[in-house]
Design a protein around this ligand. Structure first.
Ligand code: BG6
Length: 470
């Protein structure tokens, strides 16, 4: 291998080769051992699509799952803690059985040499707090801080990597679809309300990050957004401006606030024009400036494409806030150069390279991929799943990550979605992502038996070779 070979710069030593899940999508046991209800337990699923009551039943299979993850060679497991297992109503007294579950899971991981990477909040807000106003009210900042502090009390001696909130940006932009948008009691303007909720999340995270640093100087903590670049459909200036608008609305607004404690001017103007600026307290942004996350964690699946709004973009879609565009700012469109998955998501490995160098250039922080993967209708035949399409997808993305490392991007880990099959946000268990197949379907739970897919053995090899054998 010479100096110019594609494999000339290996991934750094100690690179966190991992895999991800989230509590409500993988655990099941949604009402067991004192767990309280969350947004996701109340979500109405489309006809014929499973809810999250049993999911992949990891709550009862965690030992088996950890053993399989260890066999795969994982160095890290990124999972989330269900707020409603710790505090069934979101606040009040700790539920000992819920706390014990994560204690056991963390110990099991550590015993197998797997680093726990813990998301505090992944789409499953407690209904108990929602009834008190949820993220719309300023007290939500204190509720989140108290919850986070409790996690530090319980697990801070063993957890070295913390993620505050998963995909705050998609919760803001697509909350109605994901089941995370609930209008505040006094809501007059939904756009203002969602950005108010978002602002409370900013301040809450800034406080939690500072607290983590104060209490655990060796721990690392950061936000986990979904970062994807919007490309202009053509080089026409108005299309380029449309892409800039979309990138600020989808990506930079969040990172500018969370990493630099700065207001993004494009988004400010967009909100101001619509009477939707959040109410802020005088020192909120000072607090954000003091937060200094240790890394940027990000989820990457696809890229976006847009053009100037030709006047056909309507206001907000009934289901989401951006849908096919935002009137006057951009109009989403299909990228004619990219293929898509079975579920219509663009496949764009180079897009990961593009995102990484933008993040590195803008913010200069270490990067951690916390999700990346291919959702597919996998088939189990004679105990095997031949998912070469997934291997192809992941290999191309890892190759692009390596290219970014070679250029100077400081990646510290890669945790694709998902460690085991789990229930997708809106498409049930049929849309599978895992390295490990979970035998159940939308209606028949069977035994949730685990099977290793071809991608399991492939990823094992990738990890063993520190990313050089793809
Ligand atoms: C991310 C979420 O947006 O995408 C996950 O953090 C989600 O929770 C994943 O499952 C894939 O999306 P979907 O809709 O296919 O489940």
């Amino acid at each position: 291998m010479n100096g110019n070979s594609p494999m000339s710069k290996a991934f750094p030593k100690g690179f966190l080769w991992g895999a991800s899940t989230s509590a409500y999508q993988v655990e099941g046991a949604s009402r067991e051992d004192g767990k309280g209800p969350s947004w996701q337990d109340e979500k109405v699923m489309p006809e014929g699509t499973t809810d999250f009551a049993v999911a992949a039943d990891q709550y009862h299979h965690y030992k088996e799952d950890v053993a399989l993850m260890a066999q795969m060679g994982l160095k890290a497991y990124r999972f989330s803690i269900a707020w409603t297992r710790i505090f069934p109503q979101g606040d009040g007294a700790v539920n000992p059985k819920g706390a014990a579950y994560y204690d056991n899971l963390i110990n099991e991981l550590l015993a197998h040499g797997i680093e726990p990477v813990v998301t505090m909040f992944h789409f499953d807000y407690p209904m108990g707090l929602q009834k008190k106003g949820g993220w719309s009210v300023r007290e939500s900042i204190d509720w989140f801080c108290r919850y986070a502090n409790t996690l530090f009390d319980l697990y801070g001696d063993r957890v070295k990597y913390w993620l505050t909130i998963n995909e705050q940006n998609l919760q803001t932009l697509y909350g109605k679809l994901i089941g995370t948008f609930h209008a505040g009691a006094d809501c007059q303007n939904e756009l203002q309300d969602i950005y108010q909720q978002n602002h409370h999340m900013f301040v809450a995270q800034a406080r939690v990050i500072q607290e983590c640093h104060r209490r655990f100087p060796d721990a690392k903590i950061g936000p986990a957004l979904n970062v994807a670049l919007a490309y202009p459909l053509t080089p026409k200036t108005e299309d380029v401006l449309a892409a800039q608008n979309y990138n600020s609305i989808r990506n930079w607004y969040y990172l500018d606030a969370l990493v630099r404690g700065e207001r993004n001017q494009i988004v400010r103007k967009y909100l101001e024009d619509r009477g939707a600026l959040p109410i802020e307290e005088a020192d909120d942004y000072d607090e954000m400036k003091k937060a200094h996350p240790d890394f940027i964690a990000f989820n990457y699946y696809n890229s976006l494409c847009c053009e100037a709004d030709d006047g056909s973009t309507q206001g907000m879609d009934a289901k989401v806030f951006v849908a096919r565009g935002i009137k006057g700012l951009f109009k989403g469109c299909k990228n004619p150069y990219l293929e898509t998955t079975q579920y219509g998501w663009e496949i764009d490995p180079e897009g990961l390279f593009a995102v990484a160098r933008q993040l590195q250039e803008r913010y200069g922080l270490p990067l951690l991929v916390t999700e990346n993967g291919l959702g597919n209708r996998d088939e189990l035949v004679d105990g095997r799943v031949h998912d070469s399409y997934r291997i192809d997808y992941l290999a191309k993305h890892i190759e692009m990550m390596r290219r970014a490392v070679e250029e100077g991007c400081n990646f510290i880990g890669y945790c694709p979605w998902s460690a085991v099959d789990l229930v997708s946000t809106t498409k049930g268990i049929t849309k599978r992502y895992g390295f490990i197949y979970v035998d159940r379907d939308e209606t028949d739970l069977r035994q949730c038996r685990r099977y290793r897919k071809d991608s399991f053995y492939w990823y094992q090899k990738v990890i063993r070779s520190n990313g050089t054998e793809l």
